[in-house]
Design a protein around this ligand. Structure first.
Ligand code: KIV
Ligand code: ZN
Length: 540
């Protein structure tokens, strides 16, 4: 049986596989903010990115390794294809972390070997030990993945895994790359590996899986029953195509059904010891941060973190819950950090009160960021009577979107109504300090604002998504706007919150435009679709 750490290790890949979601690209400050929150959440490993992809990706992994990996914080991991140049870049990027890992991979399914890599099985059997040994020259902790394991010949997998472990891999990851397997098949695959790989007890067995058939979490839980002890997952389940297994669902599944899962860890069913090290009270906050920064809106009926997950709409349910919560609730909302929006601050609150509350919420801002947050807070307090924790979170999460700004929104004004043609006046400041104003008509106020912004920015794009939701309840609540723009088949998102939804829409649009301009300048490699060709990392 594979090495058993006595619980499940949570390997978070929000910043790597999650960031591969269309439109979810993040800047360095945003990645750092998410990594710091993941550390607070208590994940065991953060896959911080694919350092060979570009100099920007390299820098982000390096910064996270410097700032997030300390103390008994998470292991910081960098992804690398099975090539020397990738492995070297990953090694350099994770080097500052006290505990670092290189995760290297190669495909093992015949379909990938023939059509993607154009390599034979025997090529793979040569490459794997060579690359694992090479990675071991930099770090002690090496993880090896057999990409598309879910569609690979199990007998061939056993051979590859045995070689990887002999070469020094301490974690063996089994990805269902295309989300093809069913729970019993995936569980069977893990059981087969445990049974047929002679040196399997020298490594931790890990799983990674996509949600193309909506089965990723179910597959993982079956894998846990069969000895998998590391789960590779993302916040809100974001990731390539239909996404990855959702961290919050896995953690809460193992938490709520502990009695069921305990025996698979050799424990008494009644053992109260948690099966993961995750601080579940941090789940909601982490989910919101990731959603705000990636622009990937969480569906209302999403398990654990959806807006309706703890809402009891129908009368019969409300009646039951009031009599006894357990009639319809299997998770206490507080367990995942969903507290009543505590009214914390108001117009007269000072800078130190705001800083103290932000610190309690986990935001340790530097002087400049705090000054900016306080100015935004004051501005909001002039328009909104009570400022809640969620309002503060919205203010801070918006700040980290700004650093790579090509355009800054200086002014937005609209006139609209039943007998008026919606008209918007917008002023933008560009990175050279030039201010320009445009006035446009539209079918509605938001359309008019977007047309005016487009005429100033001159960055062709197509608006493909516009969503508004309120941050809190009440007539003076802030509205959160998420916008997605498309250019050349790629998506770029922007997010903003304001008591005025038209202002929020304008700012979200500018944030998306900034991302679009920045990403267009960035030449980046995709770890799975691009083949290993060069030894030079693309520059920004
Ligand atoms: O889905 C996949 O196979 C991956 C690997 C790189 C682990 O993301
Ligand atoms: Zn993946």
């Amino acid at each position: 049986m594979a090495k058993d750490p006595g619980r499940v290790l949570i390997f978070d890949t929000t910043l790597r596989d999650g960031e591969q979601s269309p439109g979810a690209s993040l800047n360095l400050e945003e990645k750092l903010a998410i990594a710091l929150q993941l550390a607070r959440l208590g994940v065991d490993v953060i896959e911080a990115g694919f350092p060979f992809a570009s100099q920007g990706d390299f820098a982000a992994v390096q910064r996270i390794a410097e700032q997030v990996g300390g103390g008994d914080g998470p292991i910081i991991c960098g992804l690398a294809r099975a090539s020397r140049a990738d492995i070297k870049a990953a090694a350099e990027a994770v080097n500052p972390a006290p505990r670092s890992r290189i995760h290297t991979f190669i495909a093992t399914s015949d379909i990938h070997l023939e059509h993607k890599l154009r390599k034979s099985r025997s090529d793979v059997l040569e490459i794997v030990p060579e690359m694992v040994q090479y990675a071991k020259t930099f770090v002690n902790d090496v993880e090896f993945s057999c990409e598309d394991a879910g569609r690979s010949d199990p007998e061939f997998l056993y051979e590859v895994i045995e070689l990887a472990i002999s070469a020094g891999a301490g974690t063996i990851n089994i990805p269902d790359t295309v989300g093809y397997t069913t729970p019993s098949e995936f569980g069977g695959l893990i059981a087969g590996i445990n049974k047929n790989v002679p040196n399997i007890n020298d490594a931790v067995l890990s799983v990674h899986g996509h949600n193309d058939l909506g089965l990723a979490v179910a597959n993982f839980l079956e894998a846990v029953k069969n000895g998998a002890r590391q789960l590779e997952c993302t916040i809100n389940g974001i990731g390539e195509r239909a996404g990855n297994a959702a961290l919050e669902e896995l953690v809460m599944g193992l938490h709520v059904r502990r009695r069921y899962f305990n025996p698979f860890f050799g424990k008494d069913p009644e053992s109260p010891t948690p099966l993961t090290a995750v601080r579940t009270e941090e789940i909601t906050k982490t989910s919101r941060l990731v959603s705000n920064l990636t622009g990937m809106v969480v569906q209302p009926n999403k398990a654990i973190v959806g807006a309706n997950a703890f809402a009891h709409e129908s009368g019969i349910h409300q009646d039951g819950v009031l009599k006894n919560r357990l009639t319809y609730e299997i998770v206490d909302a507080q367990t995942v950090g969903l507290t009543d929006n505590r009214i914390s601050l108001g117009k007269l609150s000072g800078r130190s009160a705001v800083r103290a509350r932000l610190e309690e919420l986990g935001y340790d801002l530097n002087r400049d960021d705090l000054n900016e947050a306080f100015a935004r807070f004051k501005d909001l307090a002039d328009r909104k009577r009570d400022i809640t924790d969620r309002d503060l979170e919205a203010i801070v999460s918006e700040q980290v979107q700004q650093p790579e700004a090509r355009f800054q929104l200086k002014l937005v004004q609209v006139s609209c109504g039943s007998s008026l043609k919606p008209t918007a006046t917008v002023t933008l400041l560009d990175h050279e300090g030039k201010e320009e104003t445009a006035v446009c008509l539209g079918t509605g106020p938001v359309d008019a604002v977007c047309s005016a912004l487009n005429s100033l920015a001159d960055e062709p794009n197509e608006l493909v998504e516009f969503s508004v939701k309120s941050v809190t309840e009440g007539i003076d609540a802030m509205g959160e706007v998420t916008i997605r723009l498309r250019r050349n088949g790629k998506l770029y998102s922007g997010h903003s919150a304001d008591t005025d939804v038209v202002v929020a829409a304008a700012q979200a649009y500018v944030n998306a435009l900034n991302r679009l301009v920045f990403a267009d300048e960035k030449n980046s490699i995709h770890p799975q679709r691009d083949l290993v060709q060069s030894d030079t990392r693309p520059s920004i």
